[in-house]
Every structure is written in C-alpha cells, then in structure tokens.
Design a protein around this ligand. Structure first.
Ligand SMILES: [Zn+2]
Length: 574
C-alpha cells in the first residue's frame, strides 16, 4: 500500500485518546483531554490532547505533534517504525515494504541528486552552468556540494523514476495537485542538496535562474527533513568549527558555498526561518561561539532577533558581523576576498550591543515617541532572554541612552507588556498579542483566510511571519496538517499551542474579540509606519528638504486616513 494512504488509514482508524491513555491518565476538559505530561516533570496537568484536531501539546515543555509523533517520542521509534507498529495494532495491511523505509528514502535522494548533477553538465544545463560560473564556483566546489539542475519539465523525475513514485512523494520531490495530478516540485531550477549532520542527503532546495518568486524553494517537512532542525553545510563545517570553537552563521546556501571555496570552512546557514532552539543545540555540540554574518536588513529583523535569543539561551556566545549596506557574505567575499571577510568577523559586535544599536537606529531616544517605541521593543525582546545578567545589562545600557533611571526602564518594560494583554494569561501561556489572537481564530476555523486577507497582509505579522506566509500560500485549502508540515519546529509549537489554547477572554466577549483582533493587528502596523514617518519628517524639516517634506506629508496624511477608515470600519461591523 502507498505510504501516504497507509498513514491516512491509520490516522482514521486509530483512537488517539485510547493510545495516549495507555501512557497518560487523561481527564476530559471541554472539547479536549488533559493530564500530567509524560515528557517532563509536570505538577499541573499541562498535557493537552484534542481528539478533533488529532493533536497533542504540552503547555509546560512545548512537546507536541500528531499520533505518530506521540508514539515515536514515547517508544523512541523512527517514523517508519511507528507507522508499522500502529498499522499492526489497528489492522491496516502493510503491503510490500522493504526492511528499512528510511534507508530507501535516503537512497532515492542520492539517485535524484546524481540525476540533477547529470542535467547540469548536459547541454540543457548551459544556463545553470553560466549562472554558477558568474558566481565564481569552481568545478570542485560544484561537485563537493553536488549542485544540480532541474529541467523545465513537469514530469522529468516522474518519467525517470517510475518505480519510485511513492518515495518521491514522501521525500517531497513529487507533488499531487488538487485534481490528483502528479508533478515535479522543481522545474528549471538550480538544485542544492541538503545534508544531514552525517552527510546523507535528506532534502533539496531549488533556486530560480530568472526573477520568478520565490527565489528559493524548499521541500516541505518529510520523515527525513524537518526545517528547524537542520543547518545547511554543517556536515562540511563541523570539524573546522570544533577546532576553532566558532561557527559563522550566514543566510544563504551560496554564502556557505562561497566561504567554503575560499577556505573559510566553519560556515553554516539556517533554512530560511528564524534559528530555532534545536538548531542552537546542534551548534552547541561543536562550538561555543557564533558570529552572525547577515546582510543589514536581515540582521535587524524580528525573526533574526528571536534566533539570536535562541542561540544565547543555548549558552552560545553570540556576536554580529556588520557587513556594508546592501551586501551579503557571498557578494562581499567575491568583491573583497577571504582576508577582508575574516577582518570583518574579527570586528563583530557582541549581540546585545548590536541589538541596542539597531534600536537607536530605528527610534530617536530623545523624543517621547522614540522612548515609548524603545520600551515597547525591550518589553517584547527581553523576556525571550533567559539570562538575568544579560537582561540587566541591556536595561542598564538602554536607561543610560534614554536618560531615564534604570528602575524606571525596568518598571516601564513590565507595564508595557501588561498593557498589551487582554487579561492575565494562564500558566505557561505567553502573552495574547494581536497576532496570537488572529491566529487563534484562524486555527479554530472562526476566521477564514479570505476574510483575513481583506483586513491584513502578511507583512502585518512580525512575530510569526512564516506561519502567516504558509497560511497565505495554502489559502482556503489550509488544514492543520498541511500547515504544520511547512513550519519550523518552533512555529509548530506556536500553532499547536494556539490550536489547543483556552482563550483569555470570557465566552461573551468572543464575538467582539473576533472582529477586533485583525483590525488591531492592522492598526498596530499603521501606527508603526506613522511613527517612523514622523521621525523621517522631522529629519527632513531639519535638513530643509522641502520636496521630501511634501512627499512625506502626503504619505502621512494617507496613513492617517487609512487609520480613520479602519477604526470606523471596525465600529460599523460590531
Ligand atoms: Zn511537558
């Protein structure tokens, strides 16, 4: 039987509650069941199972997943073994299956990688070869990283590996359309195999050769590959990193490849999401220092800051290398060479200094509005740091620049945090900000994606950009399962938590919260843009740049109108 159908059949037949009850004493609580968590020393019943959503989640330690993940974690099994065991228990026929399905999946990945490599050196690969040549990648480098090329065809893999269709679907290389048609995931793309820590090919990414979006396409999560637990290049970098006790983290695959080609071998990249706690643990196994070398824009992003907090919390020393405006490591290395890049790394800033300097760049600490914004940002960021000493250090430095007493800053940070919450959150549940509320309603099926798209845009989600992007892509056809397979481990925790959460408002307030949450999210973004414009306006006025003042005033007026319409719209629908 096909792998996918097998998994579906088991999911349908198995009684999730009955299986969990073999290990945990569950009690009914509303629509869900709760009990003491089997994965951590749990005093309160933090462990929640939803029979409707077929999900479990612990609000204490964050463990969670579906039926298969529960059995894998409880019995320390691999995915294929858990499938096998559950199939036997629930009388689902297994059909013809080889001894080690995971091994089979790794083998198909190897064969596909070799196939893509052949395409690259064939006449049809000329355009891709030219692209690599312009990047200055040598033949040895291309072979070492097994770079390849997917032809502009919808069924190249399907026709080349007709006997392995099921495996190709399982490893994410062949997709099924909504009309059940099969097609290759990668077409006319440069192919980057992604390796496990031990050098096995566990996934692929494809880069366009033209301008189409997205520039990079990853496979979704599979039994071999989970986004938030993998670092690109780690198999090549681990030894050098151990020797130097240092990793250099970059953003892109080509940044990694350029660095390795020039002999800087302790370089790895994330997988396009904020660095997760499990990636941080992985790095920690080999070195205790990390330097982030991102382009300026990326370095300031909230997702990056969240990643830095994860690294810090794994007790890694974190610093940030400041690349010149508009350049990424790949471009910098090509333009200036390895020596200059190493000098840049040597001059990197400790991470908290970088964080504060980014704050001062964004907000004017001399104005009241600027001070408020800084306190807001601190109140969101500081709680993500587990080190008390570091939190104090940042508070002290912020107080100095803001010219406020330290205790005032500490108190204000706490007060701002409280004001953003509708009511005090339950134990171990984080703040219910606007984004959490909106996602909660979507996950409960109360808010459709099309309605959401009318009010807010993906950019309004600054805490959970990846979750929003995945929902936007999946559109009305989203399911909890499809959503979860697209996310990093960390975002999966957020989704499970919000899917099974008890909301902080009383049942009677629910309709109002449902209307207001997306409006408030939109409003917050508009307020932020207005504040930024005001700062730019003042600068332009001081500089006597009348043309710019005019342009900014027009934009400001439009935003104020947009805010007014939004607030009126909100009232009208109530
Ligand atoms: Zn737990």
């Amino acid at each position: 039987m096909a792998e996918r159908d097998l998994v579906e059949q088991i999911r349908e037949r198995a009684d999730f509650i009955e299986i969990v009850s073999r290990y945990v004493a569950l009690k009914k609580s509303g629509k869900n069941y709760i009990g003491p968590c089997p994965f951590h020393a749990d005093k309160t019943p933090s462990f929640t199972v939803s029979p409707d959503k077929k999900l479990f989640h612990c609000f204490g330690c964050g463990e969670g997943g579906d039926l298969f993940q529960f059995v894998m974690k409880m019995e320390k099994l691999e995915f294929a073994e858990a499938v096998e065991r559950l199939a036997q228990q629930f009388g689902v026929p297994l059909g013809r299956r080889s001894a080690s399905p995971l091994q089979k999946l790794k083998e198909i990945n190897e064969r596909v990688a070799a196939f893509y490599q052949t395409n690259l050196v064939s006449p049809a690969g000329a355009k891709a070869r030219e692209h690599l040549k312009q990047r200055g990648f040598s033949k040895e480098t291309i072979e070492k990283f097994k770079l390849g090329y997917a032809l502009p065809k919808w069924d190249d893999l399907i026709k080349t590996f007709p006997k392995d269709l099921e495996s190709l679907i399982t490893v994410g290389l062949v997709l099924r359309s909504s009309e059940e048609r099969l097609y290759d995931r990668f077409r006319d793309r440069l192919i980057f195999p992604i390796w496990s820590l031990t050098g096995e090919i566990i996934g692929f990414a494809g880069r366009t050769l033209g301008d189409e979006e997205p520039k990079y396409l990853n496979i979704a999560n599979t039994p071999l590959f989970e986004k938030g637990t993998v670092l690109y290049g780690l198999n090549f970098a681990r030894e050098a990193a151990r020797q130097r006790d240092l990793f250099v983290l970059v953003e892109g695959y080509t940044d990694v490849i350029s660095a390795h080609q020039l002999g800087i071998k302790n370089v790895v990249a994330g997988m396009g999401t904020a660095l997760t706690a499990s990636q941080a643990q992985l790095l920690k196994r080999f070195a205790s220092n990390v330097i982030l070398a991102y382009d300026r824009d990326a370095a300031g992003r909230i997702a990056t800051l969240r990643g830095m907090a994860n690294l810090r919390n794994a007790e890694l020393e974190v610093a940030v290398a400041l690349l010149p405006d508009g350049s990424d490591p790949d471009g910098f290395l090509r333009a200036h060479g390895a020596e200059k890049f190493v000098q840049l790394l040597d001059r990197s800033l400790p991470f908290y200094e970088f964080y504060l300097s980014a704050l001062w760049e964004e907000h004017d600490p001399k104005t009241v509005v600027g001070k408020e914004r800084v306190l807001q940002s601190l109140s969101e960021f500081l709680p993500t740091l587990s080190s008390t000493a570091l939190r104090h250090e940042i508070t002290r430095e912020a107080a100095r620049v803001l010219n406020l007493p330290e205790e005032e800053v500490a108190r204000a940070v706490k007060a701002v945090k409280r004001a953003g919450i509708i009511s005090p959150p339950a134990t171990a549940e984080p703040a219910w900000g606007h984004e959490e509320q909106v996602l909660y309603f979507v996950l409960q099926g109360d808010l459709t994606i099309s309605h959401l798209k009318e009010v807010v845009s993906v950019e309004d989600f600054t805490r959970y950009p990846e979750i929003a992007r995945a929902l936007w892509e999946l559109n009305e056809e989203w399911t909890l399962e499809a959503l979860l397979t697209r996310l990093s481990a960390e975002d999966q925790v957020t989704v499970r938590r919000l899917a099974l959460a008890q909301p902080p408002w009383r049942e009677g307030d629910r309709p109002r919260a449902l209307v207001e949450a997306p409006l408030r999210l939109r409003q917050r973004r508009i307020e932020e843009r207005i504040a930024r414009l005001c700062a730019q306006l003042r600068t332009a006025q001081r500089a006597g740049d009348h043309e710019r003042v005019n342009a900014l005033e027009t934009e400001h007026w439009q935003l104020v109108q947009a805010r007014r319409r939004l607030l009126q719209g909100g009232r009208r629908t109530q």
